[in-house]
Design a protein. Structure first.
Length: 454
């Protein structure tokens, strides 16, 4: 770190940041009451609201959004005529998956090998702590030079659109000159990166029904249509032999012209097993940032333990489709639905339910705010220049904010670099990245305020 007063202040605040992230990670705030009690999300929202109160934010509120979750809002007024910056994070998290596969309990922040492990440590509870650190450092060094709005979403991981619908109904609430989305990440640890594009997504559940009830596989197998076998065949139709996504009518040939992702580095980051090939064609960057990608994220079927020799009457799967910039998520949803309906074998009855959707996003990285961020990152990461990359994930709120506030500049930064393993077991955050990005955000807010005076 440099000797800049801001960096020195942030360094001194890191023990407090770790203690606070420990408290926040402890909430099992998965925004799905079928998996965890709603009270866990409500408690996390209350913690965030209390943190904003402690930082002297005004108008702190728990916003009841249309999907049944709560987002947390607060406003910190700055000097007269100062620009307004909206800082975004989300406190909801992905489910921990197989808790027995974690090397330490997923909801207990644990330090190991120089990193802090816990669900949400990087995605995106750490992002909220990053915002707090930046604001505290500015307060200690002359004050926050901009007006600040903070919004912490409660259902980003579910893709149910609660905050988007709330913002559309209350367009004045989140209005800002610049918006910092703290939910992406550096290309790798130590390389300051802003995210230029996000893939959108659509989430569908498909059910196949073939029989009135399960049947004995010995008595009826070979002639009676098995719904699980039909589902396997249907899902297989979504990929070519090389693994390329093949949804009828959906283009999968776009190319990524920016920062490239060497295949060896990608294999290491993705922890691909020796001898196992990557899927798709083109560069890695093409495949993960510029092209659609389908993933079967869940199947309802009998577990191996306790399985009986039966033909299944019904089967259900949940399918995620990532939609790159340049394609429309609504149209992609229609195409995927039509593909599922037309490719179900043996006349199986098909029902498709949409459970989430978000449009892809492309930022204008030539805007003045990015110049302020580039200078801030240059100081926070000595010897490194700011890079821009794509991100295969989705943040549906970005398009809502872009539509509501077309003059606002939107920047995407965050803590979810490859080693963080977000959405997987053993998620972690690099405390060094938390420290450096907090410094960068603080310096950005100062740079941006100065640029608006010029």
């Amino acid at each position: 770190m440099t000797a800049h007063p801001i960096s020195e202040t942030v360094a001194s605040l890191m023990p407090r940041a770790k203690a606070e992230l420990t408290e926040l990670v402890a909430f099992r705030s998965v925004a799905d009451p079928a998996q965890f009690p709603r009270s866990e999300c409500e408690a996390a929202a209350g913690w965030v609201a209390d943190a904003l109160h402690a930082e002297e934010f005004q108008d702190v509120a728990l916003l009841d959004t249309p999907d049944g979750t709560q987002s947390v809002y607060g406003y910190l007024p700055g000097p007269a005529d100062a620009p307004t910056v909206l800082l975004y994070a989300h406190y909801d998290v992905q489910p921990p998956l197989d808790e027995s596969a974690w090397l330490s309990p997923p909801f207990e922040l644990t330090e190991r090998d120089g990193r802090w492990f816990g669900r949400g440590a990087a995605d995106c509870k750490g992002g909220f702590i990053m915002h707090l650190l930046a604001l505290r450092a500015l307060k200690a060094d002359g004050g926050v030079p901009v007006s600040v709005k903070v919004i912490a979403e409660g259902s980003e991981e579910q893709g149910t659109g609660g905050l988007e619908r709330y913002a559309e109904a209350h367009p004045e609430l989140l209005a800002a000159d610049t918006i910092v989305i703290g939910d992406t990440g550096n290309f790798r640890v130590g390389l300051p990166t802003v995210t230029a594009t996000l893939r959108g997504m659509t989430m569908l559940r498909v059910q196949l029904d073939t029989l009135e009830g399960n049947l004995h596989s010995g008595q009826f197998g070979g002639a009676a249509p098995d719904a699980l076998a039909a589902m396997i065949q249907l899902l297989a139709s979504l990929r070519a032999e090389d693994g390329t996504t093949t949804v009828d009518g959906l283009t999968s040939e776009a190319r990524w012209d920016g920062l490239q992702y060497p295949e060896g580095e990608f294999r290491s980051d993705a922890k691909v097993l020796d001898g196992v090939g990557l899927i798709g064609t083109g560069t890695v960057a093409d495949r993960i940032w510029a092209r659609p990608a389908v993933t079967v994220i869940g199947i309802d079927c009998p577990p191996v333990v306790g399985a009986t020799p039966s033909l299944q009457a019904s089967a259900r799967a949940q399918i995620s489709l990532r939609v790159p910039p340049g394609q429309d998520a609504t149209e992609a949803t229609k195409l995927l639905t039509a593909h599922l309906e037309s490719h179900a074998p043996w006349g199986a009855r098909v029902s498709v339910e949409q459970v989430g959707q978000g449009q892809p996003f492309r930022a204008d990285i030539t805007s003045p705010a990015y110049a302020s961020m580039a200078e801030a990152m240059r100081l926070a990461y000595p010897g490194e220049e700011m890079q821009s990359s794509g991100l295969g994930g989705s943040i549906p709120l970005c398009n809502t904010l872009s539509a509501l506030y077309p003059e606002a500049e939107i920047l995407l930064i965050g803590l979810s670099e490859p080693e963080a393993q977000i959405h997987a077991v053993n998620e972690s955050v690099s405390p060094e990245e938390l420290e450096r990005l907090s410094v960068a955000e603080a310096l950005f807010l100062r740079n941006y305020a100065e640029s608006k005076k010029a």
